[in-house]
Write a protein that binds this ligand. Structure first.
Ligand SMILES: [Zn+2]
Ligand SMILES: [Zn+2]
Length: 98
């Protein structure tokens, strides 16, 4: 895993040149990014995936914080990556909206 990827605003196109397709993996859906690349906090996303991620809402079962998918922390439990609250480290539950 490489360090954080940075690109000045407006230079996302450069990422296509600098990174191979295997390195351009969307953090949200896990698929390679062939087009509509976007960057958020040093992580790569499809532009559409980034919008979806921002829309998803989670509630922390520990401290009650409301979080978007992008704000979730990550913990490793029994070798599995699980999403957790970045504030208290508690479990989070997705809140479905209609
Ligand atoms: Zn994606
Ligand atoms: Zn919490």
């Amino acid at each position: 895993m490489k360090g954080k990827i940075t690109a000045p605003p407006g230079s996302l196109r450069k990422l296509y040149e600098e990174l191979s397709l295997e390195e351009r993996i969307c953090e949200y859906c896990g698929r390679p990014i062939r087009r509509n690349i976007d960057l958020y906090q040093g992580r790569l996303y499809h532009h559409g995936c980034l919008l979806s991620a921002k829309e998803r809402r989670y509630r922390c079962l520990g401290c009650g914080a409301w979080l978007s998918w992008l704000e979730l922390g990550e913990a490793e439990v029994l070798g599995r990556r699980v999403r957790s609250c970045p504030i208290c480290g508690g479990r989070v539950k997705e809140v479905k909206r209609r």
